[in-house]
Design a protein around this ligand. Structure first.
Ligand code: TXA
Ligand code: MG
Length: 455
């Protein structure tokens, strides 16, 4: 099967209207579509989702998802097959509106408003604050659920999320069904944050990749369980623990995931026990507390411990120097280094596209989110010529993600994949401080600790 990347620009897809309603958890939205290539590509994707079993890859603000009709077993099974994903790892259900979620909780695809609101009270302030956005909530799956049993891997709960990418929202609505969607990588690989990443992993296994450019968050959603007491975080992500603790009912949220230890046979969040986020190269992570490595020793480590590594990659963040000071030739100025840092790219360099949100729309969380989207750059690897006298023949690739935590999150998976493409044998990564809990560092370090190789 041929795999096509179809670029879609949300601004050319049509005009979004936001229907403000003070009582609603999330404003309703509608879209007036504009005929053209962009709409045709979305229609093709929606048709495939509705009428075939072949999953479709699409962008979200976190990572690219691999979607299928969450109500059809054959379509959901095809996701697991395409990714080679273990079947006991449940999928997240993506919805385009609160009413679609309410229908699911009532056990129907289109059950109209009748009876009490089925959304558990504990989640309402969270939804108000963080949806649409990088937050997945665990909900009770009704006995008469329309969800395919493969989605929940046999659990009595399901995870749900309303993404804030216009393309994701529009695709879910056009498909006419909730979309089960894990990240669109092959199982165990780093999650995809560009359409090319998806193609690298799933070429020939799917027909359609909707290309909306690089993802803005770069790590997956935060998964929270408010059904247990106290509520817990099952996976750190785009919404931080400090963000959560400011929400009524969530002041005592506990961390329910484990970063370092091996988890047992029955982890709390299914899927935690598997190898994850791993490039082909050996990953050696330096915790932020570990100090800057001595370059010579690091190269020795690459040469001995790690399968006689001849090509080395470095991903640095806050403190490490370019190539750890091993580069020959003119040192780059601080400004150049800073410009190259993804998180610190100057605003002028980032294209900001204004989406067609109807101009008369009053400000609301939803309209602000959808009004403009920044087209971020992807990290670039620089090949370094090493100083004489160092362990010959060795090639070194250097990537600077910068000191800004959000920039590190955005570029992390891309950087791991970029170094794989350069064919490096070992990647040294400079970890960041994840102690404060008020930024996305916990999500970054969680992914890196899982990606690191056990030597
Ligand atoms: O940002 C994201 O969440 C991305 C984009 C595509 O939306 N999706 C994503 O899906 O990361 P995935 O399949 O790679 O991760 C889903 C995780 C599972 O590993 C599992 O830990 C958790 O969500 N999960 C799903 N349903 C669950 C349930 N019923 N109970 C507990 N955890 C659940
Ligand atoms: Mg995943």
């Amino acid at each position: 099967m041929e795999t096509d990347i179809l670029p879609v620009d949300a601004a050319r897809l049509g005009q979004i209207r936001i229907h403000n309603s003070p009582d609603a958890l999330v404003d309703e939205w509608s879209m007036e579509y504009t005929e053209g290539e962009d709409l045709n590509s979305m229609r093709r994707a929606a048709e495939e989702l509705a009428h075939t079993d072949t999953p479709v890859a699409f962008p979200t603000e976190t990572v690219y998802g691999l979607g299928a009709d969450a109500t059809r077993s054959s379509a959901v099974r095809a996701i697991f097959a395409a990714k080679n994903r273990p079947v006991d790892n449940p999928l997240i259900v993506h919805v385009h509106s609160i009413s679609q979620l309410q229908s699911l909780l009532r056990g129907g695809k289109d059950v109209v408003n009748n009876g009490p609101d089925p959304i558990p009270e504990i989640y309402k302030p969270l939804i108000r604050k963080f949806w649409p956005g990088p937050l997945t909530i665990i909900l009770p799956n009704p006995v008469n659920s329309v969800l395919a049993p493969e989605v929940t891997a046999g659990l009595s709960t399901f995870g749900a999320r309303m993404p804030c990418s216009i393309l994701a929202l529009a695709l879910i609505r056009m498909a006419g069904v909730p979309l089960a969607a894990p990240s669109a990588n092959a199982s165990t690989r780093p999650s995809p944050t560009t359409a090319e990443h998806v193609k690298d992993d799933l070429d020939g296994r799917i027909r359609t990749i909707i290309d909306g450019g690089p993802c803005s968050v770069g790590v997956e959603s935060t998964v929270v369980d408010g059904l247990s007491s106290p509520p817990s975080i099952l996976r750190p992500g785009g919404v931080t623990v400090e963000d959560l603790r400011r929400i009524p009912g969530w002041e005592n949220v506990v961390v329910g995931y484990m970063d370092k230890q091996e988890v047992g046979d029955r982890p709390k969040a299914p899927g935690m026990k598997y190898r994850h986020y791993s490039p082909k190269a050996t990953v050696i992570l330096y915790e932020a507390t570990a100090g800057v490595p001595v370059p010579k020793r690091l190269l020795e480590q690459a040469n001995t411990k790690v399968a006689r590594g001849k090509k080395v990659g470095i991903i640095r963040t806050v403190r490490w120097e370019r190539a750890l000071g091993l580069a020959v030739g003119s040192e780059k100025t601080k400004e150049v280094q800073e410009q190259e840092a993804i998180g610190m790219t100057s605003r002028e360099e980032i294209a900001e596209t204004s989406h067609s949100v109807a101009p008369e729309v009053p400000d609301s969380r939803l309209s602000n989110l959808l009004r403009s989207v920044i087209q971020h750059k992807v990290p670039h690897a620089e090949q370094i010529i090493l100083k004489e006298g160092l362990t010959t023949p060795m090639v070194l690739w250097d990537i600077n993600l910068g000191a800004d935590t959000e920039g590190v999150a955005r570029g992390l998976f891309s950087a791991l994949r970029e170094l794989d493409r350069k064919g490096v044998d070992v990647i040294f990564v400079e970890g960041i401080d994840d102690k404060s809990g008020d930024n996305i560092a916990a999500a970054v370090m969680n992914r890196l600790r899982k990606a690191q190789s056990r030597l």
